[in-house]
Ligand binder design. Structure first.
Ligand code: ATP
Ligand code: MG
Length: 158
């Protein structure tokens, strides 16, 4: 097993400033008023795990994942999310360390840059690493809004 130690966002969606969420070792819950960014946290989670569909992160195009400044402020130059997974059980391998940190940065061009423990890596290398802990950004580790409705409305054969 692994667990998320923390999630850091900067310039991602509504998180202009560096925002660090520290997760406890049991059940974690994100609370806040409407529009405060709860779903954006889940979008950040999907993003950093390498999710390919930007629509699945509620954006028209990749550049829209970058903080846009709202009405009055200027936007960010890039959007960054990083996630730290616990590796005490060595689920990601014995060669990596007690913690595995994955980072994804999106540029205004829509291009993404990925890092593992601060070293630039390909998206495939990220997916391969995550698959060791059976984490798949397009799988059902994460149940998104709409997924349940899709199941409920499925034809029996589907
Ligand atoms: P609800 O309780 O209604 O589901 P929520 O807490 O899930 O709300 P989110 O959907 O996470 O809210 O956040 C929506 C806010 O994020 C909106 O105010 C929207 O303008 C803002 N937002 C989305 N993308 C960006 C962006 N690229 N730059 C700045 N703000 C953004
Ligand atoms: Mg929401």
């Amino acid at each position: 097993m692994t667990r998320i130690n923390r999630l850091v966002m900067k310039g991602f969606k509504s998180f202009a400033n560096k925002t660090e969420l520290i997760f406890g070792d049991r059940f974690n819950c994100i609370l806040g008023p409407n529009g405060s960014g709860k779903s954006n946290v889940l979008d950040a989670l999907c993003f950093v795990l390498g999710k390919s569909s930007v629509k699945g992160m509620r954006a028209e195009k990749a550049a829209n994942l970058i903080y846009n400044g709202g009405k009055r402020k200027s936007g960010s130059k890039e959007g960054m999310v990083s996630i730290a997974f616990d590796n005490k059980s060595k689920i990601f391998g014995a060669d990596i360390g007690a913690e595995v940190e994955i980072t994804r940065i999106v540029r205004p061009s829509g291009q993404s840059i990925y890092k593992i423990n601060n070293k630039t890596r390909t998206r495939q290398q990220i997916l391969d690493l995550l698959s060791r802990a059976r984490i798949n950004p397009d799988g059902y580790n994460i149940i998104l809004q709409g997924d349940i409705i899709k199941f409920v409305e499925m034809h029996p054969v589907e």
